[in-house]
Design a protein. Structure first.
Length: 418
């Protein structure tokens, strides 16, 4: 076929017209209906614009973790998807968690042998294949029928530490068995010591290595994305959710089984203070981790109190709308803690470079939330496995790019504020 320059130009313009970048109306000028001055192509030109309507068909098709989210949106009931995706109010913190990474740049080193990368990481005395941890996410059967068991099996495949939520839809014993190694238990302590201590004892009996006490869900929250999507969900939700009665509402939450919830109005702990940690220390031999620290003052108090580790977290932008990302909060906390305990971090981690930035700043490991839930909602266990595989592959590549053959080689000099 002869080379048809005009046809090619037409096709190119059609391509541009389909690109969201050019949805400005000025294309008609480029198409010959007016002067072309003022049109500037982006540099570099985006040759493969994202088309969220092109759903991947198998986990292997994914080229990054974001590919799973639109598939999960198609599969998961709107209210459940809304619960997962939602931030608070204007979702400033939710966006900040991603945008925060742009404030920091990597500063690669060269002529270092990075032909083999060792990502193994010690987390509270246990060696894992990578510093990528599965963050606690409640109610995983609401995203896929295999729920927490699918996630545990995927965690086993990639040798990831798994933190199980208090709001799990499968008991800690079965999840531990599916993981094949001890896990951590995340605690929503409620306002009742009896409820909290019963759960902690059960987790300890199941072999959990640590209890991660979540301290950032102390009050109400306005999950607007959830509330906007809920009315679009036409199912009858009363079979699972009975809003007026906490005890009935918790019947699908395995960790509340057999616990008397009479008088309890909420599963959060708005009355919790540092005294709780002292009582907890007397109750359990498990390591104690505090999840949800954002200010260096609290990190220092935690270290002073002998807490074993903290998780710098804003709950993935789901507990407040302060507007502060965790990657912004991390440096002041690392500086104040002075190595007295490991510092984990989560919220917004999606790329290998995100993880490398946090590790260079001094974090020991990074927890991932929504991405593996996208994988779960999209394809079940296979989706979670692929999400974790992609995160590991990106981390591996990012470590090669900065010249760090091991985690220990990720040092503060490799990251700079932009
Ligand atoms: C749907 C959903 C449920 C969650 N449930 C819990 C929970 O039960 N306990 C908890 O401590 N954190 C919970 N989190 C917060 C995560 O542990 C983690 O802090 C957060 O997801 C990290 O941010 P990311 O989603 O941007 O990766 C939940 C997060 C999501 C998305």
């Amino acid at each position: 076929m002869p080379f048809d320059q005009a046809a090619n130009r037409r096709r190119f313009l059609q391509f541009l017209a389909a690109s969201p970048l050019f949805a400005s109306g000025s294309l008609s000028a480029l198409a010959g209906e007016g002067p072309t001055a003022g049109i500037k192509l982006p540099d570099p030109i985006i040759w493969a614009p994202l088309r969220t309507e092109d759903l991947i068909k198998t986990p292997k098709d994914a080229i990054n973790v974001f590919n799973f989210e639109p598939v999960a949106r198609a599969n998961v009931p709107p209210a459940h998807f809304g619960y997962m995706a939602s931030g608070i109010d204007d979702e400033v913190t939710l966006r900040a968690n991603r945008e925060g990474f742009l404030k920091f740049q990597l500063r690669p080193r060269r002529l270092i042998d990075v032909s083999k990368i060792d990502m193994t990481t010690d987390i509270l005395g246990v060696k894992y294949a990578s510093p990528i941890i599965i963050a606690p996410v409640g109610g995983q059967k609401s995203f896929h029928e295999d729920g927490e068991i699918a996630v545990a099996k995927a965690a086993k495949t990639g040798d990831h530490l798994q933190i199980l939520s208090t709001a799990t839809t499968t008991g800690v014993e079965d999840v531990t068995a599916a993981r094949g190694q001890p896990i951590w238990y995340q605690l929503y302590a409620t306002n009742s010591w009896d409820v909290a201590s019963t759960m902690v004892k059960r987790a300890e009996k199941a072999g959990c290595l640590a209890v991660a006490v979540t301290v950032d869900r102390s009050g109400g929250r306005n999950q607007e994305t959830l509330f906007r999507l809920m009315p679009t969900d036409k199912r009858d939700c009363s079979g699972c959710h009975e809003r007026g009665n906490l005890a009935t509402n918790m019947k699908r939450r395995s960790m509340y089984e057999g616990i008397d919830l009479t008088g309890l109005t909420h599963t959060q702990s708005s009355n919790m203070t540092w005294d709780f940690m002292k009582r907890l220390r007397d109750l359990t031999k498990m390591k104690i981790v505090i999840k949800g620290v954002l200010a260096y003052e609290d990190a220092v108090l935690a270290a002073d109190a002998g807490i074993d580790a903290i998780i710098v977290s804003n709950h993935g932008g789901r507990s407040e709308d302060s507007g502060r990302s965790t990657i912004d909060a991390l440096p002041e906390i690392v500086e104040a803690v002075k190595g007295r305990m490991p510092i984990l971090v989560d919220s917004g981690f999606r790329r290998g470079t995100d993880i490398v930035k946090a590790l260079c700043m001094g974090a020991t490991a990074v927890c991932i939330g929504r991405p593996y839930i996208w994988g779960l909602g999209a394809f079940g266990q296979g989706g979670v496995e692929r999400v974790l595989e992609l995160m590991r592959a990106e981390l591996y590549g990012a470590m090669q790019q900065v010249g760090a053959p091991t985690i220990k080689h990720l040092v503060p000099a490799m990251v700079r504020r932009a």
